[in-house]
Design a protein around this ligand. Structure first.
Ligand code: NAD
Ligand code: TYD
Length: 353
């Protein structure tokens, strides 16, 4: 079995659902259920004996050690993090605590467990750390995309805390021999994405008749990847990645924010036209820019493609269409996130476990 952390969040929940749809290997899912953790996203596997949810913190060494000894995982995949840049600007403390101190504690718990494994299991064990392209900093308009050898130059409290965690993971490999893998992925989008991030916020605000806030001039560039392609990349790296290596994950989909906004508006005009027949782009509002806003991210994913033969299944056009369709087909999920009812899901659905 494998142990994953942060599996009630956006990417972790997609990962659990895809994993259990594709194989029978059980998953223990450790998640603290911060505001970003939503067990409703995992309702499809709530009664599935292959999925064991544990409410807890990666920084709780006693709990993590107990889980490792009890379940004897062959791998740990670490998704758990505070992940929203705007929140990190307003309150960096949680980012330092979970992303840095929490990762340190998790590494120590895993090292203790791994050290005591029999030789063959010790060799086969993997610790996969899920990280972001934001650790590389910001690119100029004509600079080549980030390779794995790019300088680490984080600019936000979020990216700095992720960069610190990446360094810890690297050090635990070089110093203690822990068999680690690190993935640095570009911006994800897709089902179960909390509507504080750009794409789900655009969909939800459009439908609610609210403003579509564009920071600054809207010309910042992000490199977008459909979440299920990120999940397939993680599975591939876990399966065949070389120990100690970093793999950049991306789909060569650089888009300016304003283009994203217009694409989402156009899809909604087609799939769920406004009652008054007016286009959704009339709801666009330019707002004050984010402090220290990175101008451009772009991922060079050739190492992953050439070494491990990974390729994304979706183009941006197919992925964004699926995403808008998913939000239109799942209004209850959105309503429960907005009302806060999703936070009660753990009490009502998992009370007897
Ligand atoms: P998310 O914020 O949606 O989910 C994070 C999950 O971690 C939540 O379920 C939360 O409850 C849990 N968590 C937070 N602190 C915890 C702790 N101390 N112990 C246990 N669980 C805790 O984030 P996401 O978008 O799913 O991102 C997952 C990972 O992928 C993060 O490490 C993030 O840095 C990385 N990443 C995200 C993106 C993206 O575009 N979303 C891109 C590249 C990398
Ligand atoms: P976000 O989804 O927060 O991801 P990240 O900051 O990790 O890249 O934001 C994506 C881009 O969209 C980023 O350049 C900030 C911008 N943005 C807006 O213009 N308006 C918004 O309301 C939000 C949430 C983001």
């Amino acid at each position: 079995m494998i142990l994953i952390t942060g599996g009630a969040g956006f990417i972790g929940a997609n990962f659990v659902l895809d994993w259990l749809a594709q194989c029978d290997e059980p998953v223990v899912n450790l998640d603290k259920l911060t505001y970003a953790g939503n067990l409703e996203s995992l309702s499809a596997v709530q009664a599935d004996a292959r999925h064991c949810f544990v409410h807890g913190d990666i920084g709780d060494g006693d709990l993590v050690t107990r889980l490792l000894n009890q379940h004897q995982p062959r791998a740990v995949v670490n998704f758990a993090a505070e992940s929203h840049v705007d929140r990190s600007i307003h309150g960096p403390g949680d980012f330092i605590q979970t992303n840095i101190v929490g990762t340190y504690s998790l590494l120590e718990s895993v090292r203790g467990y791994w050290s005591a494994l029999p030789a063959d299991q010790k060799t086969a064990f993997r610790f996969l750390h899920v990280s972001t392209d934001e650790v590389y900093g910001s690119l100029g308009k004509d600079e080549p995309a980030f390779t794995e050898r790019h300088h680490i130059e984080p600019n936000s409290p979020y990216s700095a805390s992720k960069a610190a965690s990446d360094h810890l993971v690297r050090a635990w490999h070089h110093t203690y021999g822990l068999p680690v893998l690190t993935t640095n992925c570009s911006n994800n989008y897709g089902p179960y994405h909390f509507p504080e991030k750009l794409i789900p916020l655009l969909i939800v605000n459009s439908l609610a008749g609210k403003n579509l806030p564009v920071y600054g001039d809207g010309q910042q560039i992000r490199d977008w990847l459909y979440v299920k392609d990120h999940c397939s990349a993680i599975r591939r790296v876990l399966e065949a990645g070389r120990v100690g290596e970093i793999y950049n994950v991306g789909g060569w989909n650089e888009k300016a924010n304003l283009e994203i906004v217009h694409t989402v508006c156009a899809l909604l005009d087609e799939m769920r036209p406004r009652d008054d027949g007016r286009p959704y782009h009339e709801q666009i509002t330019y707002v004050t820019d984010r402090p220290g806003h990175d101008r451009r991210y772009a991922i060079d994913a050739r190492k992953l493609e050439q070494e491990l033969g990974w390729k994304p299944a979706e183009t941006f056009e197919s992925g964004i269409r699926k995403t808008v369709q998913w939000y239109l087909a799942n209004p209850d999920w959105v309503t429960h996130v907005q009302s806060g009812a999703y936070r009660e899901w753990v009490q009502t659905q998992y009370a007897d476990q």
